[in-house]
Design a protein around this ligand. Structure first.
Ligand code: AMP
Ligand code: ZN
Length: 436
């Protein structure tokens, strides 16, 4: 498998040279950060006066962490490190709690971001011969424009479909012989279930690849997408604070997500002790931008949980790989004292053949106890009027879940299309417990 490489000089750079480049870029980033009142204060607090205080990459741990709350406090202009006239675009992210954060880009920042996305796309083997339909939202959300410019740079024919309007998405795919799509995994599963109603069969499509990301999903979900569409699906990880897509992506080998280490300095820390994790131990991803002018961020705590994949990828790239994101440190659920991640539930559901493509986790308080309900759509053919068969299936899924998460949930079976669908990031968990 010899896939084209977008930037071989950087992607295959020896570790030592890569680390030298990182140190030089880190110093530049600190110098840039010192142009903002926010970091002047933060760096003064830790006694750092300038980039020359960083003798090696090991000095990184002297730098302060930056959190989403810091970004919110600095909103709107507190983290802008260039003259207003030099910034040519901004993206905001509202997250789930409403208060926005903002990231600015200079022309050079946008060019750097585009290059990173082009690298990701090329690493999956996609080329200018592909027709690419971008099914994520264009606008303040970074998934639309981020992939768009990267795909154009690779030379693909880009269809900026944006999100929603499933029927039009399917027609576009069919009419233009689309070979590559970008979407959230939950939306792709939904799109598959809408094919029949549109009267379109897989044979009428030319689809070969999907880039899936923006939300946590299990390996089982990826496989399900691959099997349903008979394609390859590549995991794409990014967050608006780090530009958006283009932070880490799977290559053809699908053995973890290469994180572009010339652009981002990676740490994985224990979120409680704020100390580095051991090799291969799961922890919170912390990233420092290494090439950004308008909004440099030092040691940004992403809240995303993952671990490093050890060894070398057969593709030969020197940039290390992150394992699939396990969830966010803030989306861990505690059910009657037992800790679990929604991704563990998804894993079980997606490897159960009767389960179709959509599910919802709901938690309520019943007296003193938490009640966990897992609502899942199943194959329409199973609603045959035989309640016994459904009871058996409900019990089987409930038992499978119990052995995976140590809590026995109430399982509800629903007909396809009856649970809410989201066009962007799926909302899989509804927690109705009163907040303390
Ligand atoms: P946003 O800044 O709105 O684009 O959201 C970024 C967040 O989406 C990340 O911090 C992750 O929590 C999540 N995310 C993005 N890509 C992935 C992925 N491939 N797998 C799991 N979670 C992801
Ligand atoms: Zn690789």
């Amino acid at each position: 498998m010899n896939a084209p490489v977008w930037n071989p000089a950087v992607e295959f750079m020896e570790r030592e040279a890569l680390e030298r480049l990182q140190l030089a870029n880190l110093r530049m980033t600190v110098a840039q950060a010192l142009k903002t009142p926010f970091y002047q204060r933060r760096l003064a607090e830790v006694g750092l006066t300038g980039p020359e205080d960083l003798a090696s990459l090991r000095d990184l741990h002297h730098l302060p962490y930056t959190t989403k709350d810091d970004l919110r406090e600095a909103y709107p202009y507190g983290l802008l490190a260039v003259d207003r006239e030099q910034a040519v675009r901004l993206h905001t992210s509202s997250g789930t709690t409403g208060m926005p954060t903002v990231i600015y880009h200079t022309r050079r920042d946008l060019d750097g971001w585009t290059e990173l996305v082009a690298r990701c796309i090329a690493a999956t083997g996609a080329t200018a011969r592909d027709v690419f339909q971008n099914m994520t939202n264009y606008g303040l959300f970074t998934g639309g424009l981020g992939l768009h410019y990267g795909a154009e740079r690779v030379g693909m024919l880009v269809i900026p479909a944006s999100s929603g309007n499933t029927s039009r998405q399917i027609q576009l795919m069919k009419n233009f012989g689309v070979t590559v799509v970008h979407a959230t995994p939950s939306y792709l599963l939904h799109l598959h279930s809408a094919l029949a109603a549109e009267g379109v069969s897989l044979d009428q499509l030319r689809l070969q690849k999907a880039f899936i990301g923006a939300e946590p999903h299990s390996e089982q979900t990826r496989r399900k997408i691959e099997e349903l569409f008979r394609i390859k699906a590549y995991n794409s990880y990014g967050l608006s604070e780090m530009n958006g897509p283009g932070v880490a992506f799977e290559c053809l080998h699908q053995t973890g997500l290469h994180l572009w280490e010339d652009a981002y300095l990676l740490e994985i820390i224990d979120p409680r002790r704020l100390q580095p994790c051991a090799e291969e131990e799961t922890g919170e991803i912390v990233l420092t931008t290494l090439q950004r002018q308008a909004t440099p961020l030092l040691r940004y705590r992403t809240r995303d949980l993952s671990h490093l994949v050890s060894g070398h990828c057969p593709c030969g790239r020197s940039h290390r790989r992150l394992a699939r994101i396990k969830g966010r440190s803030d989306d861990m659920l505690i059910i009657n004292g037992v800790n679990l991640f929604p991704s563990q539930i998804e894993e079980v559901l997606m490897k159960t053949p009767e389960v179709s493509t959509n599910y919802l986790i709901q938690i309520e308080k019943r007296g003193a106890m938490d009640r966990l309900a897992v609502k899942t759509e199943i194959d329409a053919r199973l609603f045959t009027g035989n309640p016994r068969a459904l009871d058996d299936l409900r019990e089987r899924i409930s038992e499978l879940l119990r052995s995976a998460i140590l809590v026995k949930p109430v399982v509800e079976l629903h007909e396809p299309g009856s649970l809410p669908v989201s066009e962007g990031k799926a909302k899989r968990v509804v927690d109705l417990r009163p907040a303390f």
